[in-house]
Design a protein around this ligand. Structure first.
Ligand SMILES: CC(C)(COP(=O)(O)OP(=O)(O)OC[C@H]1O[C@@H](n2cnc3c(N)ncnc32)[C@H](O)[C@@H]1OP(=O)(O)O)[C@@H](O)C(=O)NCCC(=O)NCCS
Length: 161
């Protein structure tokens, strides 16, 4: 069973270690970046742990209120040795439930060649809405901006309701 728990400062070093493995050329976040995120009032982080520590993590910012409400996925990652077991989907589903409770659309950036993440995001209602050239540093890789309508409905449904 996948148990999702709030991230605490003691998890930051483990998350930074995973970032170095998962995002080697794309500016992996150091421990301090996670600690700073945890101090932000609008950001919500969750982790999945095993006996050795963090194996998955996800962070989402819940921004604005009312008609200006929106959310942004800041990061999500799963230890390579624990991938394809449903942990990434569980973390994303949990973050999206928080976004739906907050209200508004959800945005994220993802490398254009990240097939695994693109498949996961598409399957949870995200659609590509733009491309950002040279978004990642130092790799220079391009990113897609993706958007998910509130509740995961399609944009067409959103317009007709
Ligand atoms: C993207 C990531 C978080 C998915 O985590 P995961 O725990 O392996 O994902 P899950 O097992 O929950 O799989 C969820 C879905 O993701 C997609 N997926 C995951 N790995 C995939 C792969 N290697 N190839 C294609 N699709 C894949 C599938 O759609 C899968 O659904 P399915 O199992 O019903 O086919 C993980 O691959 C990862 O950490 N990647 C490196 C970091 C990263 O790219 N983060 C996103 C940055 S925007």
């Amino acid at each position: 069973m996948t148990v999702i728990e709030p991230m605490v400062p003691a998890d930051a070093a483990g998350c930074a270690r995973l970032e170095r493995v998962l995002f080697p050329g794309d500016g992996p976040w150091p421990e301090d970046a996670f600690l700073e995120e945890l101090r932000s009032p609008h950001v919500r982080y969750r982790v999945v742990r095993d006996d050795d520590g963090v194996v998955g993590y996800a962070g989402i910012a819940l921004l604005g209120t009312g008609s200006g409400a929106e959310a942004e996925i800041h990061t999500i990652g799963v230890d390579p040795s624990a991938q394809r077991r449903g942990i990434g989907r569980a973390l994303l589903t949990d973050a999206l439930a928080a976004a739906d409770a907050h209200g508004g659309p959800v945005f994220l950036e993802v490398r254009t060649d990240n097939e695994a993440a693109l498949a996961l995001y598409r399957s949870t209602g995200f659609e590509i809405v733009g491309t950002r050239r040279n978004y990642y540093r130092p790799s220079g890789a391009d990113a897609y901006t993706m958007r998910r309508e509130p509740g995961g409905r399609t944009q067409t449904e959103g317009m007709s309701s």
